[in-house]
Design a binder for this molecule. Structure first.
Ligand SMILES: [Zn+2]
Length: 499
């Protein structure tokens, strides 16, 4: 044994054994102490925990007396509860307002991407503990710019895995790309793959042949394919190999009993009334629904139901529900939703019909969960009345309301979502070698999901942010950071975005 080895051993013995595993201790870092570490993956609750963070990563975790490390900043978390940062799997973070432009006599719907709204949404997601998002569709160029800005530190927000333009048969500028043939799909997928997108989103107008072409070319390029179904059933989409399905609206006639198909036009009529008319007809105990659920489970198709966007539509005439969290939305979006909203023109009877099927949606969610279909927590951010970050937490509560246990909901928002996105080696758990994406809460959400709202602090790649300060920050700060190339002291004082 050399003198050096002996010296190290002695030093280790002086501290204590847990501090002497193979990883060398960093010379600098942040040591978090005095919190309870929650691991949704194993449902473990470790009290009196500590966590050492350096270079954006978790170096070590443990409990009891923490290790002594040179030049370490100590953070006493005052008895908080620490979880892996939340993942919102349906956040169109780069989408802004919807407008109608006229090309001659033809009205064209345009989805505008605006830097200030993107920056606002990104900051508010983080302020509620969301450190990673899946963005299931938007401008490829804008989504790529988002990734670049977050990586370069010009924009403060969650890491994004994204799809580019949604492939469909109908045109929304800035959001969809119209495709009519398998060759056009192949070309679109190749472009999005080259631009660094991770997902291909296939929309409701696509025929079975086009969905098949989309799934196959996505997989050839190493991307995942997700669908918002319409023309074909969820069962068929799963058989065609889609990786994920979005929205609680499996509106295909094929999933209804023969008697219920009579006169059903929901899947053909693309209007928001399709949000509830299929549910009025479906028999959740039918062989068709059983087959749907069994196929999703057998083929490991993941589902994000985006319950909150339906809740805000069905209760669109009830301000208490619709405007819950509205203070976190960008004012320009609020203004936009005075005209652009899914329940525009609905009568009180139609709102009542929609609300009447809500228990069926809840039961369906529970059936999916109980059959082993992987649910994730997605909100459909950028759509009417969805509040960035705040409603990621609402979505968790809505899953709880559907009868899904707290730990399972927390997994859906952390480790399970990480696995469905292929990120389980980097995020979703608080363990050695993982990214230091952490949410600190004042109360334990494994006891009561509502406690996910008690956000105190958030770590994003090891940088610490105070949740209340992030929420209270003036809107101008988001774009300020995006536009400034050097961090001048005056803007830093007004917009304290750095920890
Ligand atoms: Zn969406």
């Amino acid at each position: 044994m050399t003198y050096n080895a002996l010296q190290v051993l002695t030093a280790c013995a002086l501290i204590f054994l847990t501090a002497c595993a193979s990883t060398p201790m960093p010379r600098e870092g942040d040591l978090y102490i005095n919190f309870t570490l929650l691991d949704p993956k194993t449902e473990a609750r470790t009290t009196d925990a500590w966590m050492l963070v350096a270079d954006g990563e978790i170096v070590r975790t443990g409990h009891g007396r923490p290790p002594r490390v040179e030049s370490t900043r100590m953070h006493d978390m005052g008895g908080a509860f620490a979880l892996p940062g939340f993942i919102d799997t349906h956040a169109h973070v780069t989408l802004g307002r919807i407008a109608v432009r006229h090309e001659g006599d033809t009205p064209v719907i345009v989805s505008i991407s605006e830097a200030e709204i993107t920056a606002h949404n990104a900051r508010l997601l983080l302020a509620h503990g969301v450190t990673t998002i899946r963005n299931p569709g938007g401008s490829t160029e804008m989504n790529r710019a988002y990734n670049d800005a977050v990586r370069d530190g010009a924009l403060l927000g969650p890491e994004q895995l994204a799809a580019g333009e949604i492939l469909d048969t109908s045109r929304i500028d800035g959001l969809t790309l119209v495709v009519a043939t398998p060759a056009e799909i192949e070309a679109a997928v190749a472009n999005q793959a080259a631009a660094g997108m991770n997902y291909i989103k296939l929309y409701q107008g696509l025929s079975e042949d086009l969905i098949r072409a989309g799934v196959e070319s996505a997989h050839r390029h190493g991307l995942r394919a997700i669908t918002h179904n319409g023309a074909i059933s969820w069962t068929r989409a799963a058989e065609l190999g889609v990786d994920g399905i979005v929205h609680a609206m499996p509106n295909s006639a094929d999933t209804l009993t023969e008697a219920a198909r009579e006169g059903y036009r929901g899947a053909e009529v693309v209007s928001s009334h399709a949000f509830y008319t299929w549910w009025e007809r479906v028999d959740l105990d039918s062989p068709q629904v059983r087959e749907l659920i069994d196929t999703l489970a057998a083929r490991h198709v993941t589902v994000d139901l985006t319950l909150v966007v339906f809740q805000k539509t069905f209760w669109g005439d009830d301000e208490a529900v619709r405007d819950d969290g509205i203070e976190f939305t960008h004012p320009a979006m609020r203004e936009n939703w005075r005209t652009f909203r899914f329940d525009a023109g609905w009568t009180p009877e139609q709102h009542a019909r929609a609300r009447a099927i809500w228990p069926k949606i809840q039961r369906f969610a529970r059936m999916l969960h109980e059959a082993g279909v992987q649910l994730t927590i997605g909100t459909d951010l950028a759509n009417p009345f969805v509040a960035p970050g705040y409603d990621t937490l609402t979505e968790m509560e809505l899953h709880r309301d559907a009868g899904i246990p707290a730990w399972a909901v927390l997994r859906a928002a952390t480790s399970d979502a990480a696995e469905t996105m292929g990120l389980e080696r980097r995020i979703g758990r608080l363990a050695r070698g993982m990214e230091a994406d952490v949410v600190f809460l004042s109360a334990d959400p494994s006891q009561d999901i509502a406690n996910v709202r008690s956000t105190r602090a958030v770590l994003l790649n090891g940088a610490r942010y105070d949740a209340a300060s992030l929420r209270a920050m003036p809107i101008a700060c988001s774009s300020e950071r995006a536009s400034r190339s050097d961090a001048s002291s005056s803007s830093r004082a007004k917009c304290p975005l750095t920890p």
